[in-house]
Design a protein around this ligand. Structure first.
Ligand SMILES: Nc1ncnc2c1ncn2[C@@H]1O[C@H](COP(=O)(O)OP(=O)(O)OP(=O)(O)O)[C@@H](O)[C@H]1O
Ligand SMILES: [Mg+2]
Length: 218
């Protein structure tokens, strides 16, 4: 099966070389755990190897995102890359989002930051799940690999079925290991892939970028 590199060699080696092609992966986590930087790293690294990347944020402006890239040494000036900040409004919904994506000829890697906001105006839980289902089905066909960022407090999704709907789930948290606080990443689900569940890996962030290191059970 063709694989899309995650942008983190340490993660690729844990999931048979990368995300499976034509999948939608949920990237969930609490505030400040590294979701946006993981997403930016994913599209920028792809663009550097010639893959068309698109990062759409309902959270931050293009300027904010560029500043975030700079902070971790990511070279965002690339013809294969679209970075877009969208102001949230009642006209933001899955249909509108799909019409916007349709205008782009071909996308290899897409990040939506974040799902909670794209679906903010769904009227109830059932509508949220329905919109989510339509979105995931569309993205599986249209994009080689999509990353849906999801804000969570406890647990791997917001309780609206995101982890069931998506093909893969990566979860970011703050943890403590041997009395040292750290950011950690856990692979909770990856269809078509063998991986070690329930193991957390340290996610390091500094001016040189993101790295996944050390295997540990927390
Ligand atoms: N160059 C850097 N060196 C060290 N840490 C950094 C650097 N750049 C960013 N960070 C840290 O990375 C954290 C995570 O950033 P990021 O924006 O990806 O989190 P997030 O999960 O998207 O947060 P939010 O829920 O607020 O959207 C920042 O809060 C900051 O502490
Ligand atoms: Mg963020």
């Amino acid at each position: 099966m063709a694989r899309i590199k995650t942008g983190l060699p340490g993660l690729d080696s844990l999931i048979q070389g990368g995300f499976p092609e034509n999948t939608v992966v949920l990237l969930s986590g609490g505030a400040g755990t590294g979701k946006t930087l993981f997403g930016l790293n994913f599209v920028v690294k792809g663009a550097l190897q010639g893959e068309k990347g698109c990062y759409i944020s309902f959270n931050e402006s293009e300027g904010d995102l560029v500043r975030a890239c700079r902070g971790i040494g990511l070279d965002y000036e690339n013809k294969n890359l679209i970075i877009k900040g969208i102001t949230l409004g009642k006209d933001i919904n899955v249909d509108g989002f799909i019409s916007m994506i349709e205008k782009y000829p071909k996308i290899d890697r897409l990040v939506i930051d974040n799902l909670n906001k794209l679906l903010l105006f769904s009227v109830d839980k059932r509508d949220y799940r329905y919109q989510l289902t339509l979105l995931v089905r569309y993205l599986r066909e249209k994009v080689r690999c999509s990353l849906l960022i999801c804000e969570t407090d406890n647990g791997i999704d917001s309780g609206n079925g995101e982890s069931f709907e998506c093909d893969g789930v990566l979860h970011l948290t703050f943890s403590e290991f041997e009395e040292r606080p750290m950011r950690t990443l856990t692979i909770d689900k990856m269809r078509y892939t063998s991986f070690e569940p329930k193991i957390s890996y340290e996610l390091k962030i500094d001016s040189k970028g993101l790295r996944l290191s050390k295997r540990m059970i927390i």
